[in-house]
Write a protein that binds this ligand. Structure first.
Ligand code: AMP
Length: 285
């Protein structure tokens, strides 16, 4: 496994792989890797002969007062995990190499970027769209792998690729969870022991919504109320939002007539956690 930090070196390495006829996949990450990230690398290795993983804590997707400085970083551990998983190339750019000091052009995520996470983090998705577009431009992958863990991000990137005709296929991958249901996240490292136990409320709330659908329920507002009740019963948790939404437009639904998505954001202490789950009316989960 090779590790490179300059854009020119990355372009050279990918070009060489393409000349050998290899399909190239990209897995963008912010590091502090866990099994969720590795599942993307595994999926990429199954679909492509040359797998590039980027590790870049992107400052432009963090708002003022968010956790950019505190965000966990453990490059040596990340590199060992990626090597064991079979990645071919790791891209670890410095911030100064990624962005010119007077960089001013950004990618607008459109209306999807103002909903849900975007309502709480108004500049977040412009930062995400810009850095992901730059990574696509630097690496030039055939395929790019993203987790459903960040469901809104996955929908926005899919739309960005479509609307800007970016020559890459976006592949979404299922959420990897801890044994007790908590979705794996680099931010779980912020949780104290008590908070870690309380953090299972997100998946328990989503399960409560899903159970209503499995039982034949169609009332999205009742599913949302069920999620809210689970969160309110946990003293260490505070709800940011819970909703059942259209899986593509992310618009909140009143009635679930077709596959939908339950989405939730909760603060546990100072840590903000997000999760989501497919809602399939009348289907076994
Ligand atoms: P991050 O490093 O948090 O920016 O995440 C990098 C990629 O890993 C994103 O596409 C995430 O959606 C994905 N990811 C993070 N956690 C998980 C998880 N628990 N299961 C699946 N994918 C994940």
């Amino acid at each position: 496994m090779e590790r490179l930090s300059s854009k020119a070196e990355i372009r050279g390495a990918v070009l060489a792989a393409k000349r050998e006829g290899k399909t190239v996949a990209l897995v963008p990450t912010m590091g502090a890797l866990h099994e969720g990230h590795l599942s993307l690398v595994e999926a990429a290795c199954a679909r492509a002969e040359y797998v590039v993983v980027s590790i870049f804590v992107n400052p432009t997707q963090f708002g003022p007062g968010e956790d950019f400085e505190a965000y966990p970083r453990d490059l040596e551990h990340d590199l060992a995990m990626l090597s064991a998983e079979g990645a071919d190339l790791v891209f670890t750019p410095a911030t100064t190499a990624m962005y010119a000091s007077d960089a001013a052009v950004t990618v607008d995520p459109g209306p999807l970027g103002a909903l849900w996470e975007g309502a709480v983090r108004p500049t977040h998705f412009a930062g995400v769209c810009t850095v992901v577009t730059k990574l696509f431009s630097i690496v030039g992958p055939d395929l790019a792998f993203f987790g459903e863990k960040d469901y809104q991000q996955l929908q926005i990137i899919t739309r960005t690729v479509r609307d800007l005709d970016l020559p890459v296929k976006v592949v979404g991958c299922p959420i990897v969870r801890e044994r007790d249901g908590l979705a794996m996240s680099s931010r779980n490292a912020y949780l104290s022991a008590d908070q870690r136990v309380a953090a299972t409320v997100l998946s328990r709330a989503l399960d409560a919504a899903g159970a209503l659908a499995t039982d034949g329920g169609r009332d999205a507002r009742a599913m949302t109320a069920a999620m809210r009740a689970v969160i309110e019963a946990e003293p260490l948790a505070a709800l940011d939002y819970a909703a059942v939404v259209d899986p593509v437009t992310l618009v909140e639904l009143d009635t679930v007539e077709a596959p939908a998505r339950a989405i939730i954001a909760v603060r546990v202490g100072d840590t903000r956690l997000i999760d989501n789950m497919a809602i399939t009316p009348g289907a076994e989960r």
